[in-house]
Design a protein around this ligand. Structure first.
Ligand code: XIL
Length: 373
C-alpha cells in the first residue's frame, strides 16, 4: 500500500512538474525587456480569433504588433472613394486590449495598391498636385482614424533601389523626387504624436545604407520628423554579414535615428535565384529541388537555423542601445509568407515557432542571447 501511494505521488509530481516546466517556457518580451520591444506581424486570422493558438503565442511573447496586410492601401482603401477599416480596426483593438505598441504598415508603397490610385476617371496617370492630394487624403484618413492608438507608422516603404537611387515607381513618376518628403510632412501633420519611420529591405547593402542615411539627414535638415529606420530583416543563412549589419546600425545611429528590425525571418531553403532582397514582385517557378524539406526540417538544419538566429541576435543585443524593436514577419512557420514567396507552395521554416505552435531550437537559441537581468 505504502509503495503504491509513493508511486502515485511520484506520478502526480511528474505531471505537476511537467505542467510547471511548460508554464516556465521563457517569454521573449520579458527576456529582452531591457533591450528592445519584441513583436510579430499578424494576419487577420490571428486577430479575429480564428487562429487562437497563434493569438495565444502573440499575447504571451510579444509586446508590439504590425499588421501583415490589412493596413496596406489595397485593403484599407480599395477604391478611390472607399475605405474599408474593418480588419484594421480588429488589429488595433487586439493591440489595445493587450497593451501593445502598435505599428501602422504602411502608408506610401508602390505594391499592394490599386492601379487606379494613381489614375483619374479617364484612366490617365494623375499629375503631381492631384496625386499629392490623394496621398494627403489617404494619410490623413488612415492616420486620423487611429490617432492616439497606432504608435508608429511605416510612412514610406521600399522607395530605394539596391544601388541607392530612387526606385522607378508610380509615386516617383506622378509626384516627383520629393514624394518621400511630402509623405513625412503629411504624416506628421496627421498625427503629431506618432513615431514616423522609413522601412526597406537590403539596407545592409552599403549603397542602400548610405542612401538611407542621406535620406534621414535630408528629412531632418528640412525640419521633418523621422524617428526610426526599419531594416526589414528577410535574411538568409549567409546574409547579411556581421560587418554590413553593424555598419548599417552605426550609420543610422550617426544619422540620429533608432533602428528597428521590422520583418525578421531567416530562410533556410535553397535560394530560388541569386536575388537577396524582398521585392514581392519577384516570382520563381516551384521545382522539387527548391523545396527539400517538405516533410520536416532535419535536426542538422534546425541546429544551423538556431545558430544563425543566435549569431544575429548576438549583434542586435550588443547594439541594444541603438535598436528599439525586433519584429518577426509572422508568428509560426505554417503561415509565413515565405511558404509562397518567391516560390509558391514551399514548406518554409523561418520563424521561432513550428507548424504545431511549438518553440523551435531557434527559439531557445534566441532566448540564450538575452543578457542576464
Ligand atoms: C508581404 C505579406 O507578408 C504577404 O502576405 C503579401 O502577400 C505580400 O506582402 N516587405 C514588406 C511586407 O514590407 O509588407 C511584405 O509583406 C513582405 C516584404
Amino acid at each position: 500500500m505504502k509503495m503504491r501511494i509513493s508511486a502515485l505521488t511520484a506520478l502526480c509530481l511528474t505531471v505537476l512538474f511537467c505542467g510547471c516546466a511548460k508554464g516556465d517556457e521563457p517569454v521573449l518580451k520579458d527576456a529582452f525587456a531591457k533591450q528592445f520591444l519584441m513583436g510579430a506581424a499578424l494576419n487577420d486570422d490571428v486577430v479575429s480569433g480564428k487562429d487562437a493558438q497563434a493569438a495565444a503565442i502573440v499575447e504571451k511573447h510579444f509586446n508590439t504588433i504590425t499588421p501583415e496586410n490589412v493596413m496596406k492601401w489595397a485593403v484599407i482603401h480599395p477604391e478611390t472613394n472607399r475605405y474599408d477599416f474593418a480588419a484594421a480596426d480588429r488589429l488595433v483593438e487586439f493591440g489595445q486590449k493587450n497593451k501593445m505598441f502598435i505599428i501602422g504598415h504602411t502608408l506610401v508603397w508602390q505594391n499592394q495598391i490599386p492601379d487606379g490610385a494613381f489614375k483619374d476617371d479617364s484612366n490617365n496617370l494623375l499629375g503631381r498636385d492631384a496625386m499629392l492630394g490623394r496621398m494627403k487624403d489617404h494619410i490623413f484618413t488612415v492616420m486620423g482614424r487611429y490617432k492616439g492608438k497606432v504608435n508608429g507608422w511605416d510612412v514610406v516603404n521600399e522607395a530605394l533601389s539596391d544601388e541607392g537611387t530612387l526606385r522607378k515607381t508610380k509615386w516617383l513618376e506622378t509626384v516627383g523626387d520629393d514624394f518621400i518628403v511630402k509623405a513625412f510632412e503629411y504624416a506628421h501633420e496627421a498625427d503629431p504624436n506618432a513615431e514616423l519611420y522609413y522601412n526597406d529591405f537590403s539596407l545592409d547593402k552599403p549603397a542602400k545604407c548610405e542612401a538611407t542615411a542621406r535620406l534621414v539627414k535630408d528629412l531632418k535638415a528640412k525640419g521633418l520628423r523621422i524617428d526610426g529606420v526599419g531594416i526589414q530583416g528577410h535574411w538568409g543563412m549567409n546574409y547579411p554579414s556581421r560587418e554590413d549589419l553593424q555598419a548599417f546600425i552605426d550609420a543610422m545611429a550617426a544619422a540620429g535615428v533608432k533602428v528597428m528590425v521590422t520583418e525578421l525571418d531567416i530562410d533556410v531553403l535553397p535560394s530560388a535565384n541569386q536575388y537577396r532582397g524582398a521585392d514581392i514582385n519577384v516570382k520563381v517557378e516551384l521545382q522539387k529541388e527548391l523545396n527539400p524539406y517538405a516533410n520536416g526540417l532535419p535536426d542538422e538544419m534546425q541546429k544551423k537555423l538556431a545558430d544563425r538566429y543566435a549569431e544575429l541576435f548576438g549583434i542586435l543585443v550588443k547594439n541594444a542601445d541603438k535598436i528599439d524593436r525586433v519584429t518577426f514577419w509572422g508568428v509560426y512557420d505554417k503561415t509565413t509568407w515565405l511558404n509562397n514567396w518567391p516560390v509558391r507552395g514551399r514548406t518554409s521554416y523561418p520563424l521561432l515557432f513550428d507548424r504545431d505552435y511549438k518553440p523551435k531550437p531557434a527559439f531557445d537559441a534566441v532566448i540564450k542571447t538575452a543578457p542576464a537581468k
